[in-house]
Design a protein around this ligand. Structure first.
Ligand code: ADP
Ligand code: ASP
Ligand code: MG
Length: 402
């Protein structure tokens, strides 16, 4: 078998943990498998590097950020190779460039365009254990690029797809995908199998156990994806095609995204073209807008509210001040998005009303709502977001799920 194993930040968080990862990798090799390992930076490292950059500039060149951030994964890949070699295994570390990972030009959030598997295939044929520095590749200008936060998951899935691996195992600090973040609700249950679509929704709505783009890629390339703990031998969660799942529950889980911010424009002119102007300017500046609400206008003006990722709030602020489209602007960073996810929701009624009643029973004000076929999202005050998650988890009986 060819197995891709990815170890996240906590799993390589200190030297002893790197040693444990080396033992785990060695065991997989001893079982007669070919193995490609993808590693993250040690936990906290990427955040630390971002803070370092902020010390010097509010707007560092993104190309330099990539140079900086990619260093974390290089450290762990080399250390793991050194540890394995010392145990008598033939292991080599590869940077994104050496692993043949080519990306587009979007520094700090690059997309993988293709993977040249030549070096990896050659090393595997020589019986080597390959260790790839996750989260990075090389762009057309031969500059190093990084793949966005959580991007080592994407490196692992893309490599598994390109190399035709039998399975891609994502090792992390929890036993798999749970009905909600087990750090918020200790009664959360591990899910044995979940469909790509549902996992994609979950990940996009804030369940950071898997990076959303990695799930999208796994679906596209049909990669058998498993998340499991690097601290025990428990079976993890299989992310697979919908048809491989016997019966999907109506609601699978609750996701929380605290990295949301809201922009409110009061007294915007109520006339054609205003929304187009506002949102196309945001799009031109690469700002992703999530929820949008506009109230029914009267007296020739209306109020418009929308949410963006917290990291984009500063730029959104600048743009809105420049556009001068409203009499009054408000910015709120203390909001969170709580979402209920479930493929089974498509064919059931009453799912949304239970969510709203639960919030009402807990005196939590819902500030914005958006729905799709398989999710309901609500914006609430960040202070109440964990209470909202726990109450919804209970209301949908997710702790009793078998
Ligand atoms: P890694 O460093 O291994 O990439 P992450 O911190 O990116 O790990 O992701 C694992 C974390 O995701 C867990 O520690 C957990 O707190 C969080 N998480 C959020 N939602 C979920 C969920 N539904 N199931 C499991 N973990 C979740
Ligand atoms: N080190 C990067 C991050 O913290 C990538 C990853 O861990 O997946 O976002
Ligand atoms: Mg992660």
């Amino acid at each position: 078998m060819l197995i891709v194993q990815k170890f996240g930040g906590t799993s390589v968080g200190d030297l002893e943990r790197i040693s444990n990862v080396a033992k785990r990798v060695a065991k997989t090799k001893e079982q007669g498998n070919d193995i490609i390992v993808v590693v993250s930076a040690m936990s906290g490292e990427t955040n630390k590097l971002i803070e370092y950059a902020k010390h010097f500039s509010k707007t560092p060149a993104l190309k330099e950020m990539d140079m900086l951030l990619s260093s974390g994964e290089r450290v762990t890949s080399a250390l793991l190779a050194i540890a394995l070699c010392d145990m008598g295994y033939d292991a080599i570390s590869l940077s994104g460039r050496k692993a043949g990972i080519h990306t587009d030009e979007m520094h700090t959030n690059a997309r993988i365009s293709h993977i040249n598997t030549k070096n990896m295939k050659k090393s595997l044929n020589e019986g080597k254990i390959i260790i790839v520095a996750g989260f990075q590749g090389i762009n057309e200008n031969d500059d190093v690029s990084t793949l966005g936060r959580g991007g080592s998951d994407l490196s692992a899935v893309a490599i598994a797809g390109a190399m035709g691996a039998d399975v891609c195992e994502i090792y992390t600090d929890v036993d798999g995908v749970y009905t909600t973040d087990p750090r918020i609700e200790r009664r959360a249950k591990k899910i044995d199998k979940i469909s790509y679509d549902e996992m994609l929704e979950f990940a996009s709505l804030g369940a950071k156990v898997l990076q959303n783009r990695s799930v999208e890629m796994a679906k596209k390339l049909n990669v058998n994806l498993v998340t499991r703990s690097s601290f025990n031998e428990n079976e993890g969660t299989l992310i697979t095609k919908e048809e491989n799942i016997m019966e999907e529950p109506i609601v699978s889980g609750i996701a929380l995204d605290k990295n949301q911010a809201r922009v409110t424009l009061r007294n915007v002119k109520d006339e054609p073209g205003i929304a187009a102007h506002i949102f196309s300017t945001l799009a031109d500046n690469n700002i992703i807008v999530d929820m949008i609400i506009q109230n029914v206008g009267h007296d020739g003006s209306a109020n418009l509210g929308f949410t963006v990722g917290e990291n984009d709030l500063e730029s959104a602020k600048n743009i809105m001040q420049r556009l001068n489209a409203a009499e009054n602007l408000e910015f709120d960073n203390n909001i969170s998005k709580v979402s209920i996810v479930g493929v089974g929701m498509k064919n059931h009624t009453g799912v949304a009303s239970l969510a709203f009643t639960t919030m009402a029973d807990n005196n939590i004000n819902i500030e914005m709502i958006s729905t799709s076929e398989i999710k309901i999202s609500m914006i609430v005050d960040e202070k109440y977001s964990e209470l909202a998650v726990r109450s919804l988890h209970e209301a949908y009986n997710l702790g009793d799920r078998e």
